[in-house]
Ligand binder design. Sequence first.
Ligand code: AKG
Length: 266
Amino acid sequence: MNRRYTDAEIKSLTAEALRDGFCVLRNHFPREKVVQWREACLPLLYRQIELEGQKTSRGAQRFYVTFPFTQPFSDPGFYEDPDIIAIVQELAGKDFVMCQLASDTPMLGSDYQEIHRDCPPLFPESGIETPMYQLALNFPLVDVTEENGPLEIIRGTHLLGRAEGRKLIESGAAKIEAVCLKMGDVMIRDVRTLHRGTPNKTPEPRPMVVIGYSRSWLLRPEVSINIPRDEYEHLSDFAKHMLRHNPITDELDRSAKPESYTVFQY
Ligand SMILES: O=C(O)CCC(=O)C(=O)O
């Protein structure tokens, strides 16, 4: 797989992420492959809705679904994309791990979430914010518009607490921006950057993929990726290393289970 961006462009995208808490790579993944993800995602989403009912810890008509590590979700063209890896290594260290492969979907009837970050600070008692340790790669499985529940984000708030961020918004010093990604666009964000989900006012689900990358020493017990042994055997050495903290399973358990990642707002 060849890189699309030069070293200088990777540096510039990394600088953007360090300044704003996120960066966006437009038109990065082939749309036809993203369609395959959507077709595989929707039955899993509907199965999860049957299991969990209409309201989850994320809000009414808002669902978090972990994907199985099988095709199309195990396509290294996504999680091992060389431009994304180059940026992730700059932000989370050369020896980072991949710990999460899932989706967030608001449906018709969903509402505004509280503005939040997805993980706590490392040292909450100190009030000190550190360099980045937990990243999310997001890409939508439909075109996101103002109507179908764009993620809203507050630029440059990854090193601020929630209360401080709120004050900035209330004083007008910071704005909430809707991120209307198209299919194929990708966002890499520090999960501490303040954001919220917004209502999907259309009848079509709006699935957003989330692939989690963490510093090598960070364990997030609330998420993991079960890797079927036959998939594992076909991984590149790089991918085996990146996925090293995840369980390798002989049988992929395809039965639906309630999601264990339910506490997500900090
Ligand atoms: O609409 C979205 O994808 C954002 C959802 C979100 O921020 C969350 O559930 O933590």
